[in-house]
Write a protein that binds this ligand. Sequence first.
Ligand SMILES: NC(=O)c1ccc[n+]([C@@H]2O[C@H](COP(=O)([O-])OP(=O)(O)OC[C@H]3O[C@@H](n4cnc5c(N)ncnc54)[C@H](OP(=O)(O)O)[C@@H]3O)[C@@H](O)[C@H]2O)c1
Length: 347
Amino acid sequence: MSSSIPSQMKAIVVRENGPATSPHALHYETDYPTPKLKPGFVLVQNKFSGLNFIDTYHRQGLYPRTLPFVCGQEGGGTIVDIETDASNEFSIGDTVVYSCFETYAEYTLVPIEKLIKVPNGLSIETALACMVQGLTAHYLVSSAHANLIQKQEWCLIYSVGSGTCQWAAQMAKLRGCKVIGTTSSQKVQQAQLSNCDELIVLQEAEGQSYADYEHSHDKIITRVMQITNDQGVKCIIDGVGKSTSEISLNCLARRGIFISFGNASGPVEPFPLLRLTKKSAFVTRPKLLDYASNRKELLERIEEIFAWVQDGSLKIGIDQVFDLKDASLAHQYIESGKTKGKLLLKM
Ligand SMILES: NC(=O)c1ccc[n+]([C@@H]2O[C@H](COP(=O)([O-])OP(=O)(O)OC[C@H]3O[C@@H](n4cnc5c(N)ncnc54)[C@H](OP(=O)(O)O)[C@@H]3O)[C@@H](O)[C@H]2O)c1
């Protein structure tokens, strides 16, 4: 390790699963051991870590991890240490973004095959925002639907004023689909930037910052059927989960696909497979790792996203930047459903 790299660093460590307010669930430490370089990896000094809903599931234990661990799975900064890189693609001083574990920290050990160089003209914040939410939106609108939707056909995307689906709605339009979006009323401004053909605006659940999907089933189903001449939509992109799955199952067109990619309101309850018979429908529960499964796929997706951002056809908003030590506040923010764009932690 180079002598300028300290042996200890600041990090947010999950020592116990629990709520964001629990002192050991997101513990700010200033003497956590700096990871040591090993073959096939580089050491990145982070400027930012990206925040994602999945971080809250790791913290809570919904997606179990071995304790203790440094939270986070998205980062960006400068390469400060590297062993031989067989591809000769990277060197010390490069500004990179990446998705791998242990990013709420000053330094992260990153597998070389996960690194993406930040292109000229793009800020590190914007490039970083593309790594999880951007890539997720890209695979959702490009691959996860298994070509069961074609250009000019309707899809339904929930929460288009929020994180991932603000991107998904724009990308679905870029792919030539017609988009019905939903949003809570507080996020209408962001949702309108997503360029949906039709926008269904919902009141917030009582005392909350997210839409009252629980009491909006009839409103959404009726509106979707009106818009699609009673045919339903060929594809549904649903990151809300528990409170929207019934709506999704009722809005599908014949041989349509319900892509349930997230659980912002809680995990989807089990339902009988026979429910799918009515429309010969498809359901999938995908994850990013399976759609950026090798370097070629990762590069193809990220290069298309960067090109859209650079030519102005994809608009990315940074909602809030929190200090690393305020990770608990950032988790409370994301869990309250307030998110209107990318959230970052600053080192
Ligand atoms: N499978 C994958 O590959 C993958 C990748 C990325 C994310 N995800 C998952 O997808 C989900 C959404 O992620 P995201 O990045 O879009 O998150 P986000 O930016 O925080 O958006 C979540 C949105 O869901 C809506 N919502 C409805 N009920 C909610 C509730 N009870 N609590 C909080 N929000 C609620 C809110 O929008 P409204 O105001 O419109 O109601 C909220 O802004 C998460 O479960 C995440 O883990 C999965």
